[in-house]
Design a protein around this ligand. Structure first.
Ligand SMILES: Cc1ncc(COP(=O)(O)O)c(C=O)c1O
Length: 414
């Protein structure tokens, strides 16, 4: 058995030959002009910068399961301070962060959480709360314009009456900015109101999935230049009990995020992180890149927002359907192709499954522009996300490509 594997395995010489023929050093690929790929699928696709990599090389490390990694401790403390919280916990992913937050807030099975039906935690995190924590989700469909859930609906759903039929509501989960609803920034008064509902219900906590909370922060400070950054942070969290923050979305770190809260919550979260396999060792190499991202890549998010606004505006001006009517507030743009039959004959978008898939494939193959498709009700929306590896020229190219491929201005041909 072993011998067969070895006999069929490529020799080192053949691997070298293959590499030489296929690498950028080969004559063939050197002569072929390389097209720049414009990847607008997500703000998670960014490459670490040279400066970040230098931080990783020079990072002081230790065993983080023993809480001995100085780079991690520094980042945890720094982020907790930034959010006015007592403590922080470094986590590998946003999904794990949200999961361990829920596991820590809901200390028994048959607890329940109130959550937006279109939240990332509900749609795209593998149902972790229920399948790993035995925690029930009560979902409320958010207002598509501002990402809020109705306050009276939140209040009505909370159950803490000890009735044998009822799970006990322990947590309300919010998402700021709200990914599936177009990167909208949750209104700060709404956040504060949710927190007071939780307080009224004695013992209910509020968690914010703040994977893109820095986008909210930058959008708020940009709209209201007088606001200080600590006041702006409060406006983005509304005094939530815990916040999950990602460094790998928009800020350009290759991975990692932080969960912040009070000391007791973070103690529980550290235990939960270990249980789900998230205890890491000399992870200061990664944390140091995260610290760099936090220090250098927050303010620049405004550039991503400007580029996203430009794309949204151009699409609307050319007859595309854009749920925010072209006024996106951060870095996410959803859109549907222009309706090819008069609206009177159909109330739904006419992008069929095939059209969406084909459109994305052709956009990539023919123009080198990558976007995603299959979002929104009926899965009819495309998604574009701007990020730090996207430049103004890329935006021009992407707009031009989308217009051309959809049949030119208005895209109304059959
Ligand atoms: C709003 C939101 N929360 C959480 C996550 C999960 O983050 P991760 O991919 O790091 O698990 C994402 C991922 O894109 C997200 O958009």
């Amino acid at each position: 058995m072993h011998r067969n594997v070895h006999r069929n395995a490529p020799s080192l010489a053949s691997i070298h030959r293959w590499y030489t023929n296929n690498s950028q050093n080969s004559t063939i690929s050197r002569n072929k002009p390389k097209r720049r790929i414009i990847d607008l699928r997500s703000d998670t696709v960014t490459q670490p910068t040279q400066s970040m990599l230098r931080c990783a090389l020079n990072a002081k490390t230790g065993d983080d399961v023993f809480c001995e990694d100085p780079s991690v401790l520094h980042l945890e403390e720094r982020t907790a301070d930034l959010f006015g919280m007592e403590a922080g916990l470094f986590v590998p992913t946003g999904t794990m962060s949200n999961l361990i937050s829920v596991l820590s807030h809901c200390d028994s099975r048959a607890s329940e959480i109130v959550i937006g039906a279109n939240s990332h935690m509900c749609l795209w995190e593998g149902g972790g709360a229920s399948n790993l924590g035995g925690i029930h989700t009560r979902q409320i469909v958010e207002n598509p314009n501002d990402g809020t859930m109705r306050l009276d609906a939140i209040r009505d759903l909370i159950r803490r009456d000890g009735d044998v039929h009822h799970p006990t509501t322990e947590l309300i989960c919010l998402e700021n900015t709200h990914n599936a609803l177009g990167g909208v920034v949750l209104p700060s008064q709404y956040l504060a109101n949710v927190r007071s509902i939780a307080d009224d219900m004695d013992g209910v906590k509020v968690h914010i999935d703040g994977a893109r909370i820095f986008n909210a922060l930058v959008a708020l400070t940009n709209d209201d230049v007088g606001v200080s950054s600590s006041a702006a942070i409060d406006m983005c969290t509304g005094g939530a009990h815990s916040v999950s923050v990602c460094l790998s979305k928009g800020l350009g770190a290759p991975l990692g995020g932080l969960l912040v809260g009070d000391i007791e919550f973070i103690r529980l979260a550290r235990r939960a992180r270990k249980r789900v396999g998230g205890g890491m060792r000399q992870v200061g190499v990664v944390a140091s890149m995260g610290t760099y991202a936090l220090e250098h890549h927050v303010d620049r998010l405004v550039e991503d927002h400007c580029r996203a606004k430009r794309i949204a505006r151009a699409l609307v001006d050319n007859g595309f359907i854009q749920p925010q009517g072209g006024n996106v507030s951060t870095n996410i743009v959803y859109f549907a192709l222009p309706q090819r039959i008069p609206p009177s004959r159909t109330s739904s978008h006419v992008t069929t499954m095939m059209q969406g898939k084909e459109f994305c494939e052709r956009l990539e193959r023919e123009y080198g522009v990558k976007i995603l498709w299959g979002f929104g009700e009926g899965g009819t929306l495309f998604r574009i996300v701007t990020h730090m590896d996207i430049l103004d020229d890329d935006v021009d190219t992407a707009i031009e490509a989308i217009l051309q491929l959809s049949g030119g201005e208005g895209g109304t041909e059959d």
